[in-house]
Write a protein that binds this ligand. Structure first.
Ligand SMILES: [Zn+2]
Length: 227
């Protein structure tokens, strides 16, 4: 599992809100087909029937997760995708805990002859509705993530237009992925160019506010000389 997108389940859920590559925000869970596809990509999840009801429940968990992710990265700014409509923290916590409650689980120790001991959680009531089980599993995954060591390395990507959260894999990682780093460097370079131009031609005032989109196509191999 060395794929670039192999990530904790809670992060995978949060990441279903992403930039669409054209300056907007895409939602992979915008419809039932999207939910079905996303569930199919998550190795840890079962595959209950994708219904509108289940989609709404998963989106409610995602709202709670993103609100708590915003708290986790604070005082750094949260993802701009939903920064202005975040659930209050208390409500987010209550929502996660309520979602996990219908599926009580017990720890089970196993220790294969040729391996190391491990604990996995086993359902107390195996007959739980698969949709309820999936939502509970997402809520537990979020709780584990937030209470675990990865929370401290959670970041909101600051590249132009990116709205992703990511877990830093090394101390100086500034962006969620290489393409975001390229975009951020191009934007920084363009900003410096404008500042330089504006400085040399006082009075003509750049006036290119909001630039940045054009930089993507020109990113190949460009590097910014540090000043
Ligand atoms: Zn990014």
């Amino acid at each position: 599992m060395d794929r670039e997108d192999a990530q904790p389940l809670a992060l995978a859920l949060a990441s279903t809100i992403r930039h669409d590559g054209a300056g907007g925000v895409a939602d992979d869970l915008a419809d039932v087909a999207g939910l079905r596809e996303w569930m199919g990509e998550q190795d840890e999840l079962g595959a209950p029937d994708a219904t509108e009801e289940l989609r709404a429940e998963v989106v409610r968990i995602r709202e709670a997760v993103r609100a708590l992710f915003a708290r986790a990265v604070s005082p750094a700014p949260p993802s701009p995708a939903d920064a202005h409509r975040l659930l209050p923290v208390g409500e987010a916590l209550a929502r996660l805990n309520a979602a996990a409650a219908p599926e009580p689980v017990v720890p089970e120790l196993s220790w294969p002859a040729d391996g190391t001991p491990s604990v996995h959680l086993s359902a107390v009531h195996p007959g739980t509705d698969p949709g309820v089980r999936l939502v509970a599993q997402l809520a537990r995954a979020a709780a584990d993530f937030l209470a675990g060591p990865q929370r401290a390395r959670l970041r909101a990507c600051t590249a132009p237009r990116c709205v992703r959260y990511y877990v830093q894999t090394h101390g100086r990682q500034e962006w969620c992925r290489a393409s975001c780093g390229n975009r951020a460097r191009v934007a920084r370079h363009a900003r410096r160019q404008r500042e330089r131009t504006a400085g040399g031609q006082a009075g003509t005032g750049g006036g290119q506010a909001g630039a940045g989109g054009k930089g993507i196509a020109a990113s190949g191999g460009r590097t910014t000389s540090s000043s």
